[in-house]
Design a binder for this molecule. Structure first.
Ligand SMILES: Nc1ncnc2c1ncn2[C@@H]1O[C@H](COP(=O)(O)OP(=O)(O)OP(=O)(O)O)[C@@H](O)[C@H]1O
Length: 241
C-alpha cells in the first residue's frame, strides 16, 4: 500500500531556496532515507509533507488523504520528529507522554510505561525534561512520535545526539515499526547508518531530487551508500553516470 505519494512538490522561501518539483513514493514497511548536503531541502520536504509548511505547488497524498483537506486525520496516524523536539521542559518524561498522548484517539495511559522502556527512559520517567541531555530528549521525542501507533513516521535526523546504545535501540525500534507495516521517511548525514536503517534512499541537492534507489541495489552497484552518494552528487569530481 502506498502511504506517501509526492508529485512535483515545490516550496520556495522568500529567498527562492527550498524544494523544487520533488516526487517520490513510500510504501508500507519501507524506510526512505533522505540524503543531501546541508541546506539541500530535506527538512523543508519533511515540513511540507507533514503540513508544517504549505507547499506552493505539487500534489501530496499521505495515508490516502490530502493534507490540505484532512491534516488532523493524517496527524492522528503520523509520528513526527522535526527539528527541536516539542517537549514540555517543566514536566516529567511520563507527564510529557501523557499530555501528548491526549492528541491521539487510540491513546491509553497504559501505553506510557512500555514506551518509556522501549526508548530506554524508564529509570528517568519521574525526572523533569529540563534536566535531560540532548540524547535523552531525542529518545523522549521518539517515544512521542510512537504514541499514535503510527502508520507513517517522519523523522528528521532522529539519532542526533544519541549515544551508541541509543542508535542501536533506534535501529531495533525502526525494524519493529517496519514489521508492523509503518512507512518511514527519515534524514541523516551518516551514510553508514542509512545502510542499516533504510530500504530506499533519495538524494537531494539544492532542493532538487538527484536520484532515488533501493539500498540493496546501491550496495550491489556501489558497495556503500557513501560511494553512491558521492557519485550521484558528483562530489568525487567524476562525471555522473
Ligand atoms: N525559514 C526559512 N526561510 C528562508 N530560507 C530557509 C528557511 N528554512 C530553510 N531555508 C533555506 O532553504 C534551504 C533548504 O533548507 P533545509 O533546512 O530544508 O535543508 P536541509 O537539507 O534540511 O539542511 P541540513 O542538512 O543542514 O539540516 C536552505 O538553503 C535554507 O537556507
Amino acid at each position: 500500500m502506498t502511504i506517501v505519494r509526492i508529485e512535483n512538490l515545490t516550496k520556495k522561501y522568500a529567498n527562492r531556496r527550498g524544494i523544487d518539483q520533488l516526487s517520490f513514493e513510500v510504501e508500507a514497511g519501507q524506510v526512505l532515507g533522505l540524503l543531501g548536503p546541508n541546506g539541500s531541502g530535506k527538512t523543508t520536504a519533511m515540513k511540507a509533507m507533514t503540513g508544517l509548511l504549505a507547499p506552493d505547488a505539487g500534489t501530496l497524498s499521505l495515508l490516502g488523504m490530502d493534507p490540505a483537506e484532512d491534516l488532523p486525520a493524517i496527524l492522528e496516524r503520523t509520528g513526527c520528529m522535526i527539528e527541536t523536539p516539542g517537549l514540555y521542559p517543566y514536566l516529567t518524561a511520563e507527564q510529557n507522554l501523557r499530555l501528548t498522548g491526549r492528541f491521539y484517539p487510540g491513546f491509553d495511559a497504559a501505553m506510557v510505561e512500555p514506551l518509556l522502556e522501549r526508548v530506554g527512559l524508564l529509570p528517568y520517567r519521574k525526572e523533569k525534561v529540563r534536566k535531560f541531555s540532548v540524547g535523552m530528549k531525542q529518545r523522549l521525542a521518539l517515544a512521542c512520535a510512537l504514541l499514535p501507533q503510527p502508520e507513517l513516521l517522519v523523522l528528521d535526523e532522529p539519532t542526533n545526539g544519541m549515544d551508541i546504545e541509543g542508535t542501536a535501540m533506534f535501529r531495533e525500534l525502526l525494524l519493529q515499526e517496519r514489521k508492523r507495516g509503518c512507512a518511514v521517511v527519515l534524514s541523516s548525514h551518516l551514510a553508514h547508518e542509512m545502510e542499516q536503517l533504510c530500504t530506499h534512499v533519495a538524494v537531494l541537492r539544492e532542493g532538487v531530487l538527484v536520484d532515488t534507489a533501493s539500498v540493496p541495489q546501491v550496495l550491489e552497484q556501489y558497495g556503500s551508500i557513501e560511494r553512491y552518494y558521492l557519485r550521484v552528487t558528483n562530489a568525487d569530481g567524476r562525471e555522473v553516470i
